[in-house]
Design a protein around this ligand. Structure first.
Ligand code: IMP
Length: 412
């Protein structure tokens, strides 16, 4: 396998954790490059379920080197909690240039939400990136460095308005302990990755999905980082030419959590049925996810702005039993057919979906081991996605477990 990215082509929750975990045995290094504990990556094997938020999905494999790169925002308390729960040995490095999520960021996020109503995860992600770009943030190197007491005291004092009923001295002590816990993992990960890139295979693990990208997503209903393959070099300190391609993880249908336009959205009984069978409730927040048909305008858009070399289709088994399956292929905006996503959210809200319809299948596919064994209608559905997107499908997932994965074509 080449150095590749695994990223979401929709609005997140596509099953990237599972696909990353499936591929980790072929990679030496797994790198998370953006976002923070707003992500929720579920990995299931040997009957056990692991919900990862901050840590790279390679953390469950003792042989994998895991990197939390400079583009991430790290909540030290969440980091402590997640790492302490691990039962296996692991190998982990945190970038000295990543930014730290502090309690006032979380409070700001919650208060902003009362006005903006983006539907964030309330994890302080937006305000932490705001502080990064406003050049006021706290980087990991300073958080664990010799002047951390002074820096934290100053930051907590400056943001007192967001820390009501909190004793600042106690908070500083708590965060100094958390810094101490984090310290041994901190490294210049750009240096490390550049040393490893010639001898090791690297897998870059995106969080969220391309439609939640701060630049290319459905702004303002987006996250505050870029989950695209295009953002990897800046977020890791590795040159773009070391990344050979990206696997775009795509649900066999669509989901969205949080607010914002969603042209393929379904309501009523059908949406409820898919939500329950697909267990479409947020890993991070527990919120019920909005459900829609697969939308190839979205996938083609992601392909264009991010770069996607091959698709991994997940949750195909969830569609089993439907008489008919639809795919959104274009939108109608003010009477005109369009095949891309408009920049203005107001225009996107007015887009009406144009669909094609395919016959469904009734056979249980959860134990299927090869593409050929799939029912004809399931095969035709996959082939139609390839035709409409021009992207080859290399992986089809038919259940949450590692072994419920069909490799259709070699992955890069
Ligand atoms: P934030 O990232 O918490 O600021 O939330 C911004 C938007 O991104 C909201 O609509 C969230 O629901 C969405 N979001 C953030 N992380 C994820 C994720 O991992 N999966 C799906 N949606 C996410």
């Amino acid at each position: 396998m080449e150095n590749i990215a695994v990223l979401g082509t929709q609005w997140g929750d596509e099953g990237k954790g599972k696909i990353t975990d499936y591929l980790t045995s072929r990679a030496d290094v797994v790198v998370r490059y953006q976002g923070g504990n707003n992500a929720g990556h579920t990995v299931k094997f040997d009957g056990k379920k692991y919900a990862l938020h901050l840590l790279p999905s390679g953390i469950l494999n003792p042989k994998t080197i895991n990197v939390m790169a400079n583009g991430m925002v790290i909540n030290p308390e969440a980091f402590y909690d997640e790492l302490s729960k691990l039962e296996n040995s692991f190998n982990l490095y945190i970038s000295d240039r990543a930014h730290i999520v502090l309690p006032y960021h979380i409070e700001k996020d919650k208060r902003n939400e009362t006005k903006d109503n983006i539907g964030t995860t309330h994890k302080g992600i937006g305000p932490t990136y705001e502080d990064k770009y406003g050049r006021r943030g706290v980087r990991v190197a300073d958080f664990v460095g010799p002047h951390n007491k002074e820096i934290l005291t100053k930051k907590f004092e400056e943001n007192k308005a967001y820390l009501s009923n909190v004793d600042i001295n106690e908070l500083v002590s708590k965060y100094l302990e958390l810094a101490n816990f984090m310290k041994s993992y901190v490294k210049d990960t750009s240096y490390l990755l550049n040393e490893m890139v010639h001898t090791k295979k690297i897998l870059f693990e995106g969080a969220q999905g391309v439609l939640l990208c701060i630049d290319h997503g459905t702004f303002p209903y987006v996250t505050s980082s870029s989950p695209t393959a295009a953002s990897i070099p800046i977020n890791t300190g590795l040159a773009p030419w070391f990344i050979k391609g990206a696997i775009g993880v795509t649900k066999a249908y669509s989901t969205r959590v949080g607010n914002g336009p969603f042209p393929s959205e379904l309501f009523g009984e059908l949406a409820d049925k898919i939500r329950i069978i697909g267990n479409e409730f947020g890993t991070t927040t527990g919120r019920p996810r909005r459900i829609g048909w697969l939308d190839t305008v979205v996938i083609n858009y992601s392909k264009r702005v991010s770069g996607i070399s091959t698709l991994a289709i997940t949750l195909l088994d969830v569609l089993t039993g439907l008489d008919e399956i639809k795919i959104v292929t274009k939108y109608l905006l003010d009477g005109k057919e369009i095949d891309s996503i408009p920049a203005s959210v107001k225009d996107f809200e007015r887009c009406e979906p144009m669909t094609i319809s395919l016959p469904g299948w009734k056979e249980d596919i959860t134990q299927v081991k090869s593409f050929d064994e799939l029912p004809t209608n399931a095969k035709n559905y996959i082939k139609k996605i390839e035709e409409l997107t021009g992207i080859p499908v290399s992986i089809v997932s038919v259940g949450p477990d590692r072994i419920q994965t069909i490799e259709v074509k070699p992955v890069l």
